[in-house]
Design a binder for this molecule. Structure first.
Ligand code: NAD
Length: 339
Protein backbone atom coordinates (compact mmCIF):
# COMPACT_ATOMS: atom_id res chain seq x y z
CA UNK A 1 0.00 0.00 0.00
CA UNK A 2 1.43 3.41 -1.02
CA UNK A 3 1.53 6.28 1.46
CA UNK A 4 0.71 9.81 0.34
CA UNK A 5 1.29 13.08 2.14
CA UNK A 6 -1.52 15.47 1.23
CA UNK A 7 -1.01 19.09 2.32
CA UNK A 8 -4.14 21.22 2.57
CA UNK A 9 -6.04 17.94 2.98
CA UNK A 10 -8.71 19.60 5.10
CA UNK A 11 -9.55 22.17 2.42
CA UNK A 12 -12.34 22.39 -0.16
CA UNK A 13 -10.59 20.13 -2.67
CA UNK A 14 -8.49 18.21 -0.12
CA UNK A 15 -11.42 16.99 1.95
CA UNK A 16 -13.05 15.46 -1.17
CA UNK A 17 -9.79 14.17 -2.65
CA UNK A 18 -8.66 12.52 0.61
CA UNK A 19 -11.82 10.37 0.62
CA UNK A 20 -11.22 9.38 -3.00
CA UNK A 21 -7.55 8.51 -2.32
CA UNK A 22 -8.52 6.27 0.61
CA UNK A 23 -11.12 4.58 -1.56
CA UNK A 24 -8.51 4.05 -4.27
CA UNK A 25 -6.37 2.15 -1.74
CA UNK A 26 -3.79 4.70 -0.63
CA UNK A 27 -2.71 5.41 2.92
CA UNK A 28 -3.05 9.17 3.53
CA UNK A 29 -1.13 11.47 5.87
CA UNK A 30 -3.41 14.51 5.87
CA UNK A 31 -1.36 17.57 6.82
CA UNK A 32 -3.17 20.86 7.30
CA UNK A 33 -3.53 23.76 9.72
CA UNK A 34 -7.26 22.92 9.62
CA UNK A 35 -8.13 26.61 9.49
CA UNK A 36 -11.65 25.62 8.45
CA UNK A 37 -12.23 23.05 11.20
CA UNK A 38 -12.17 19.25 11.43
CA UNK A 39 -13.37 18.70 7.86
CA UNK A 40 -12.01 15.15 7.62
CA UNK A 41 -14.09 13.91 10.54
CA UNK A 42 -16.51 12.31 8.10
CA UNK A 43 -13.75 9.85 7.12
CA UNK A 44 -12.74 8.88 10.64
CA UNK A 45 -11.93 6.46 12.11
CA UNK A 46 -9.92 4.89 9.30
CA UNK A 47 -6.65 3.04 9.94
CA UNK A 48 -5.28 4.36 6.63
CA UNK A 49 -5.90 8.02 7.48
CA UNK A 50 -3.53 9.98 9.70
CA UNK A 51 -4.66 13.52 10.50
CA UNK A 52 -1.73 15.84 11.22
CA UNK A 53 -2.13 19.44 12.32
CA UNK A 54 0.99 21.16 11.02
CA UNK A 55 2.18 24.01 8.83
CA UNK A 56 3.89 23.59 5.46
CA UNK A 57 6.34 26.32 6.48
CA UNK A 58 7.84 24.37 9.37
CA UNK A 59 6.46 20.81 9.69
CA UNK A 60 8.80 18.08 10.86
CA UNK A 61 10.48 16.58 7.75
CA UNK A 62 10.25 13.19 9.49
CA UNK A 63 6.58 13.20 8.40
CA UNK A 64 7.87 12.40 4.91
CA UNK A 65 9.42 9.12 6.04
CA UNK A 66 7.94 6.24 4.00
CA UNK A 67 5.96 8.61 1.78
CA UNK A 68 5.69 7.52 -1.89
CA UNK A 69 3.86 10.57 -3.21
CA UNK A 70 2.90 14.11 -2.23
CA UNK A 71 -0.13 16.14 -3.28
CA UNK A 72 0.54 19.76 -2.38
CA UNK A 73 -2.71 21.71 -1.97
CA UNK A 74 -1.99 23.93 1.05
CA UNK A 75 -2.43 27.61 0.25
CA UNK A 76 -4.27 30.82 0.96
CA UNK A 77 -6.57 29.85 -1.78
CA UNK A 78 -8.02 32.72 -3.76
CA UNK A 79 -7.19 36.15 -5.16
CA UNK A 80 -8.72 38.36 -2.43
CA UNK A 81 -7.42 36.17 0.43
CA UNK A 82 -4.00 36.34 -1.22
CA UNK A 83 -4.08 40.15 -1.07
CA UNK A 84 -4.92 40.24 2.68
CA UNK A 85 -1.24 39.80 3.45
CA UNK A 86 0.81 39.30 0.28
CA UNK A 87 3.99 38.42 2.19
CA UNK A 88 2.24 35.57 4.04
CA UNK A 89 0.70 34.42 0.76
CA UNK A 90 4.15 34.12 -0.82
CA UNK A 91 5.54 32.49 2.34
CA UNK A 92 2.88 29.74 2.23
CA UNK A 93 1.85 29.37 -1.40
CA UNK A 94 5.32 29.72 -2.88
CA UNK A 95 8.07 29.14 -0.32
CA UNK A 96 6.01 26.71 1.82
CA UNK A 97 5.29 24.51 -1.18
CA UNK A 98 8.86 24.83 -2.47
CA UNK A 99 9.91 23.48 0.94
CA UNK A 100 7.45 20.58 0.71
CA UNK A 101 8.76 19.56 -2.73
CA UNK A 102 12.44 19.89 -1.76
CA UNK A 103 11.99 17.87 1.44
CA UNK A 104 9.90 15.26 -0.39
CA UNK A 105 12.73 14.72 -2.87
CA UNK A 106 15.39 14.62 -0.14
CA UNK A 107 13.37 12.04 1.82
CA UNK A 108 12.99 9.73 -1.18
CA UNK A 109 9.38 10.34 -2.31
CA UNK A 110 8.80 9.30 -5.95
CA UNK A 111 5.91 11.54 -6.97
CA UNK A 112 4.95 15.16 -6.32
CA UNK A 113 1.84 16.94 -7.65
CA UNK A 114 1.42 20.70 -7.24
CA UNK A 115 -2.05 22.26 -7.12
CA UNK A 116 -1.73 25.28 -9.38
CA UNK A 117 -4.39 27.38 -11.06
CA UNK A 118 -5.55 28.59 -14.48
CA UNK A 119 -5.59 32.07 -12.89
CA UNK A 120 -1.91 32.31 -13.96
CA UNK A 121 -3.25 33.21 -17.44
CA UNK A 122 -4.78 36.49 -16.21
CA UNK A 123 -6.47 38.51 -18.94
CA UNK A 124 -5.93 37.18 -22.46
CA UNK A 125 -7.76 36.59 -25.73
CA UNK A 126 -7.96 33.24 -27.51
CA UNK A 127 -7.73 29.66 -26.25
CA UNK A 128 -4.80 29.33 -23.85
CA UNK A 129 -2.74 26.19 -23.47
CA UNK A 130 0.11 25.22 -21.19
CA UNK A 131 2.65 26.89 -23.52
CA UNK A 132 0.78 30.22 -23.67
CA UNK A 133 2.30 33.22 -21.92
CA UNK A 134 1.25 33.68 -18.33
CA UNK A 135 -0.02 37.01 -16.98
CA UNK A 136 -0.46 36.76 -13.21
CA UNK A 137 -2.60 39.70 -12.03
CA UNK A 138 -2.59 38.97 -8.30
CA UNK A 139 -0.21 37.80 -5.56
CA UNK A 140 -2.12 34.50 -5.50
CA UNK A 141 -1.52 33.86 -9.21
CA UNK A 142 2.10 35.03 -8.95
CA UNK A 143 2.71 32.64 -6.02
CA UNK A 144 1.35 29.73 -8.09
CA UNK A 145 3.73 30.56 -10.93
CA UNK A 146 6.68 30.85 -8.57
CA UNK A 147 5.81 27.48 -6.99
CA UNK A 148 5.72 25.92 -10.48
CA UNK A 149 9.06 27.55 -11.31
CA UNK A 150 10.79 26.29 -8.17
CA UNK A 151 9.25 22.79 -8.08
CA UNK A 152 9.13 21.58 -11.69
CA UNK A 153 12.95 21.71 -12.12
CA UNK A 154 13.27 19.16 -9.28
CA UNK A 155 11.96 16.52 -11.74
CA UNK A 156 14.44 13.76 -12.57
CA UNK A 157 14.57 9.98 -13.08
CA UNK A 158 13.62 9.21 -9.49
CA UNK A 159 11.39 12.19 -8.58
CA UNK A 160 8.38 12.77 -10.82
CA UNK A 161 6.94 16.30 -10.59
CA UNK A 162 3.67 17.50 -12.14
CA UNK A 163 1.75 20.78 -11.86
CA UNK A 164 -2.03 20.87 -12.33
CA UNK A 165 -3.47 24.24 -13.34
CA UNK A 166 -7.02 23.77 -12.20
CA UNK A 167 -9.99 25.65 -13.61
CA UNK A 168 -12.24 27.38 -11.06
CA UNK A 169 -13.73 24.58 -9.01
CA UNK A 170 -17.38 24.05 -8.01
CA UNK A 171 -19.53 21.49 -6.23
CA UNK A 172 -20.25 20.19 -2.76
CA UNK A 173 -17.44 19.57 -0.25
CA UNK A 174 -17.17 18.96 3.50
CA UNK A 175 -15.26 22.30 3.66
CA UNK A 176 -17.82 24.19 1.64
CA UNK A 177 -16.83 27.34 -0.27
CA UNK A 178 -19.56 29.77 -1.32
CA UNK A 179 -16.92 32.24 -2.53
CA UNK A 180 -16.55 30.18 -5.71
CA UNK A 181 -18.68 31.42 -8.62
CA UNK A 182 -21.06 28.52 -9.24
CA UNK A 183 -21.50 27.70 -5.55
CA UNK A 184 -22.18 31.37 -4.78
CA UNK A 185 -24.70 31.65 -7.61
CA UNK A 186 -26.55 28.60 -6.29
CA UNK A 187 -26.61 29.99 -2.75
CA UNK A 188 -27.86 33.40 -3.93
CA UNK A 189 -30.70 31.88 -5.88
CA UNK A 190 -31.65 29.48 -3.08
CA UNK A 191 -31.51 32.11 -0.32
CA UNK A 192 -32.50 35.41 -1.96
CA UNK A 193 -34.05 34.33 -5.26
CA UNK A 194 -31.30 36.32 -7.04
CA UNK A 195 -27.88 35.40 -8.40
CA UNK A 196 -25.04 37.74 -7.40
CA UNK A 197 -23.10 38.49 -10.60
CA UNK A 198 -19.63 39.98 -10.83
CA UNK A 199 -19.66 42.77 -13.44
CA UNK A 200 -19.85 42.78 -16.40
CA UNK A 201 -20.82 39.17 -17.08
CA UNK A 202 -18.94 38.89 -20.39
CA UNK A 203 -15.73 37.64 -18.74
CA UNK A 204 -14.67 34.08 -19.60
CA UNK A 205 -13.69 31.55 -16.99
CA UNK A 206 -13.08 27.76 -17.13
CA UNK A 207 -14.77 25.55 -14.53
CA UNK A 208 -14.34 22.02 -13.15
CA UNK A 209 -16.27 19.98 -10.58
CA UNK A 210 -14.47 19.25 -7.29
CA UNK A 211 -14.77 15.48 -7.82
CA UNK A 212 -13.45 15.86 -11.36
CA UNK A 213 -10.41 17.92 -10.34
CA UNK A 214 -9.78 15.31 -7.62
CA UNK A 215 -9.89 12.62 -10.33
CA UNK A 216 -7.18 14.52 -12.19
CA UNK A 217 -4.83 14.26 -9.18
CA UNK A 218 -5.54 10.52 -9.04
CA UNK A 219 -5.00 10.17 -12.79
CA UNK A 220 -1.57 11.84 -12.52
CA UNK A 221 -0.52 9.64 -9.59
CA UNK A 222 -1.51 6.52 -11.52
CA UNK A 223 -0.07 7.55 -14.91
CA UNK A 224 3.24 6.17 -16.15
CA UNK A 225 5.81 8.70 -15.04
CA UNK A 226 7.09 9.26 -18.62
CA UNK A 227 3.73 10.87 -19.40
CA UNK A 228 3.62 13.33 -16.54
CA UNK A 229 7.17 13.99 -15.33
CA UNK A 230 8.08 17.69 -15.47
CA UNK A 231 4.72 18.48 -17.07
CA UNK A 232 2.06 21.12 -16.56
CA UNK A 233 -1.57 20.20 -17.31
CA UNK A 234 -4.63 22.43 -17.40
CA UNK A 235 -7.49 20.63 -15.62
CA UNK A 236 -11.02 21.06 -16.96
CA UNK A 237 -12.76 20.84 -20.33
CA UNK A 238 -13.42 23.27 -23.21
CA UNK A 239 -17.15 22.63 -22.82
CA UNK A 240 -16.92 24.32 -19.42
CA UNK A 241 -15.31 27.56 -20.54
CA UNK A 242 -18.18 29.90 -19.67
CA UNK A 243 -19.05 33.55 -19.82
CA UNK A 244 -20.47 34.44 -16.44
CA UNK A 245 -23.90 35.74 -17.55
CA UNK A 246 -24.96 32.69 -19.62
CA UNK A 247 -23.56 30.44 -16.89
CA UNK A 248 -25.85 32.10 -14.33
CA UNK A 249 -28.81 31.53 -16.63
CA UNK A 250 -27.91 27.83 -16.85
CA UNK A 251 -27.79 27.59 -13.05
CA UNK A 252 -31.25 29.18 -12.74
CA UNK A 253 -32.61 26.71 -15.32
CA UNK A 254 -31.06 23.75 -13.51
CA UNK A 255 -32.82 24.81 -10.31
CA UNK A 256 -36.09 25.54 -12.11
CA UNK A 257 -36.12 29.15 -10.83
CA UNK A 258 -36.74 32.45 -12.66
CA UNK A 259 -33.48 34.04 -13.85
CA UNK A 260 -33.05 37.02 -11.51
CA UNK A 261 -29.69 38.54 -10.75
CA UNK A 262 -27.97 41.57 -9.24
CA UNK A 263 -24.58 43.00 -10.15
CA UNK A 264 -21.75 43.49 -7.68
CA UNK A 265 -18.14 44.69 -7.76
CA UNK A 266 -16.10 46.56 -10.32
CA UNK A 267 -15.75 44.99 -13.78
CA UNK A 268 -13.69 41.81 -13.40
CA UNK A 269 -10.23 42.31 -14.87
CA UNK A 270 -9.62 38.56 -15.19
CA UNK A 271 -10.88 36.76 -18.29
CA UNK A 272 -9.46 33.66 -19.95
CA UNK A 273 -10.52 30.66 -22.00
CA UNK A 274 -8.44 27.56 -21.70
CA UNK A 275 -7.55 24.52 -23.82
CA UNK A 276 -7.65 21.16 -22.06
CA UNK A 277 -6.41 19.13 -25.03
CA UNK A 278 -3.16 18.11 -23.32
CA UNK A 279 -4.68 16.31 -20.33
CA UNK A 280 -7.36 14.75 -22.56
CA UNK A 281 -4.85 13.49 -25.14
CA UNK A 282 -2.14 12.42 -22.69
CA UNK A 283 -4.19 10.88 -19.89
CA UNK A 284 -7.58 10.29 -21.52
CA UNK A 285 -9.03 12.60 -18.87
CA UNK A 286 -12.45 14.19 -19.30
CA UNK A 287 -14.66 15.64 -16.57
CA UNK A 288 -17.92 13.84 -15.76
CA UNK A 289 -19.97 16.49 -13.96
CA UNK A 290 -21.57 19.79 -15.02
CA UNK A 291 -22.44 23.04 -13.23
CA UNK A 292 -26.13 22.03 -13.38
CA UNK A 293 -25.37 18.73 -11.57
CA UNK A 294 -23.55 20.66 -8.85
CA UNK A 295 -26.22 23.37 -8.50
CA UNK A 296 -28.91 20.74 -7.90
CA UNK A 297 -26.69 18.85 -5.44
CA UNK A 298 -25.80 22.00 -3.48
CA UNK A 299 -29.41 23.24 -3.39
CA UNK A 300 -30.53 19.87 -2.01
CA UNK A 301 -27.82 19.97 0.67
CA UNK A 302 -28.85 23.52 1.64
CA UNK A 303 -32.48 22.49 1.78
CA UNK A 304 -31.65 19.51 3.99
CA UNK A 305 -29.47 21.64 6.29
CA UNK A 306 -26.43 19.47 5.47
CA UNK A 307 -24.44 22.57 4.60
CA UNK A 308 -24.62 25.85 6.49
CA UNK A 309 -23.53 29.02 4.65
CA UNK A 310 -21.70 30.68 7.57
CA UNK A 311 -18.56 32.88 7.60
CA UNK A 312 -16.34 29.81 7.31
CA UNK A 313 -17.61 29.21 3.78
CA UNK A 314 -16.31 32.58 2.56
CA UNK A 315 -12.52 32.21 2.53
CA UNK A 316 -11.68 35.92 2.72
CA UNK A 317 -14.16 36.60 5.53
CA UNK A 318 -12.90 33.62 7.53
CA UNK A 319 -9.21 34.55 7.22
CA UNK A 320 -10.10 38.13 8.23
CA UNK A 321 -11.87 36.73 11.32
CA UNK A 322 -8.86 34.58 12.18
CA UNK A 323 -6.53 37.56 11.84
CA UNK A 324 -8.77 39.68 14.05
CA UNK A 325 -8.98 36.98 16.75
CA UNK A 326 -5.22 36.57 16.60
CA UNK A 327 -4.81 40.33 17.11
CA UNK A 328 -7.23 40.31 20.03
CA UNK A 329 -5.52 37.32 21.64
CA UNK A 330 -2.15 39.09 21.38
CA UNK A 331 -3.60 42.22 22.97
CA UNK A 332 -5.17 40.25 25.77
CA UNK A 333 -1.90 38.46 26.41
CA UNK A 334 0.09 41.74 26.39
CA UNK A 335 -2.29 43.36 28.87
CA UNK A 336 -2.35 40.23 31.00
CA UNK A 337 -6.13 40.53 30.99
CA UNK A 338 -7.45 37.04 30.47
CA UNK A 339 -11.16 36.47 31.05
N1 NAD B 1 -10.89 25.99 -5.46
C1 NAD B 1 -10.51 26.44 -6.65
O1 NAD B 1 -11.32 26.93 -7.46
C2 NAD B 1 -9.07 26.30 -7.06
C3 NAD B 1 -8.75 26.55 -8.40
C4 NAD B 1 -7.43 26.47 -8.79
C5 NAD B 1 -6.45 26.11 -7.88
N2 NAD B 1 -6.79 25.87 -6.58
C6 NAD B 1 -5.71 25.51 -5.63
O2 NAD B 1 -6.00 24.25 -5.04
C7 NAD B 1 -5.54 24.23 -3.69
C8 NAD B 1 -6.69 23.89 -2.75
O3 NAD B 1 -7.70 24.88 -2.87
P1 NAD B 1 -9.04 24.81 -2.03
O4 NAD B 1 -10.11 25.41 -2.85
O5 NAD B 1 -9.20 23.45 -1.50
O6 NAD B 1 -8.69 25.85 -0.86
P2 NAD B 1 -8.99 25.77 0.71
O7 NAD B 1 -8.74 27.13 1.26
O8 NAD B 1 -10.30 25.17 0.97
O9 NAD B 1 -7.87 24.77 1.22
C9 NAD B 1 -6.55 25.12 1.51
C10 NAD B 1 -6.14 24.39 2.77
O10 NAD B 1 -4.79 24.74 3.08
C11 NAD B 1 -4.69 24.88 4.48
N3 NAD B 1 -3.54 25.74 4.76
C12 NAD B 1 -3.42 27.07 4.52
N4 NAD B 1 -2.21 27.51 4.91
C13 NAD B 1 -1.55 26.41 5.40
C14 NAD B 1 -0.25 26.21 5.94
N5 NAD B 1 0.61 27.24 6.07
N6 NAD B 1 0.11 24.96 6.33
C15 NAD B 1 -0.76 23.93 6.22
N7 NAD B 1 -2.01 24.06 5.72
C16 NAD B 1 -2.39 25.29 5.31
C17 NAD B 1 -6.02 25.48 4.92
O11 NAD B 1 -6.27 25.20 6.30
C18 NAD B 1 -6.99 24.78 3.99
O12 NAD B 1 -7.54 23.63 4.59
C19 NAD B 1 -4.93 25.59 -3.42
O13 NAD B 1 -3.55 25.51 -3.67
C20 NAD B 1 -5.60 26.47 -4.46
O14 NAD B 1 -4.81 27.58 -4.76
C21 NAD B 1 -8.08 25.94 -6.15
Amino acid sequence: MKTLLVTGAGGYIGSVLTGMLLEAGYRVRALDRYFFGPTLQYLQPNPNLEVIKADVRDFDPGLLEGVWGVIDLAALSNDPAGELDPETTLAINHRGRARVARLAKERGARRYVLASSCSVYGFQEGLLDEASPTRPLTTYAEANLRAEASNLPLADESFCVTALRQATVYGLSPRMRFDLAINGMTLGLWKEGRIPLLRDGTQWRPFVHVRDTSRAFLAVLQAPKEKVNGQIFNVGSEAQNYQILPLAEEIAQALGKPFQFEWYGLPDHRSYRVSFAKIRDTLGYTPQFTPSDAAREIAQALEAGQVVPDDRTITLKWYKNLMEWQRILREVELDGRLL
